[in-house]
Design a protein around this ligand. Structure first.
Ligand code: DC
Length: 204
């Protein structure tokens, strides 16, 4: 069976950065599952039917820069609350997890729902204030006008939507290793994740 790493956590905790680095380090395929929900959310904003789009989603269509916008993130949080949309995206994610060279998937429900038998589960988190500060810096570097309090409020609202939805809410799997990135630099967080995964590989 392929080696699978499941990485979950709230927005802007650093899980995408950690997941990409881990995939590169161990030569695993990487899927940012948030992009699936973003693609469905954007399609809904354009008048398409959520379930129909989710059922036919093609992973090669996830390079659209629009998917990285705040509008896409907000649309994604809404469609992610629909059980039928989540259901329609399960098969695509599980299929990806079976890639022969192994896979890293990051999202909100990877360790709990999509890949409950993953070889390693990581839950990457940080305080809302630190996550908002990271997002704020990212946005200002891109030249966006924003203020920190508004960004913090958006982070908190998105946490609430992710944690409180009835189907597959954001939660750490009971067997997940916790990685708190609040006071870690990117390379420190990546190094910790690599060391957790190496340990898990030795224990297999
Ligand atoms: O990680 P992200 O910001 O790209 O996620 C966008 C939204 O999609 C987020 O509000 C939660 C949702 N999501 C989800 O419910 N389950 C996943 N596996 C990935 C993302």
């Amino acid at each position: 069976m392929a080696f699978v790493v499941a990485i979950d956590g709230p927005a802007a905790a650093g899980k995408g950065t950690v997941a990409r680095a881990v995939a590169g380090h161990f030569g695993l395929s990487y899927l940012d599952t948030g992009l699936l929900y973003r693609a469905v959310g954007l399609a809904v904003n354009r008048g398409k039917d959520a379930i129909a789009v989710a059922q036919k989603l093609d992973l090669s269509q996830l390079n659209d820069r629009e998917l990285r916008t705040q509008a896409a993130a907000e649309a994604a949080s809404k469609v992610a609350c629909e059980p039928d949309v989540r259901e329609a995206l399960i098969a695509t994610q599980r299929e990806f997890a079976q890639r022969r060279n192994g896979a890293v998937l990051d999202g909100r429900d990877i360790g709990t729902v999509i890949c409950p038998n993953a070889n390693v589960k990581l839950y990457v988190f940080a305080s809302p204030e630190v996550r908002a500060a990271r997002r704020y810096n990212e946005l200002t570097m891109q030249g966006s006008e924003c203020d920190y309090q508004t960004v913090l409020k958006k982070v908190q609202d998105r946490d609430a939507l992710d944690e409180e939805r009835a189907t597959a809410p954001l939660a750490a799997a009971v067997d997940a290793k916790m990685l708190d990135t609040t006071s870690l630099k990117i390379d420190e967080a990546v190094a910790r994740a690599i060391s957790i995964i190496e340990q898990a590989r030795r224990d297999q």
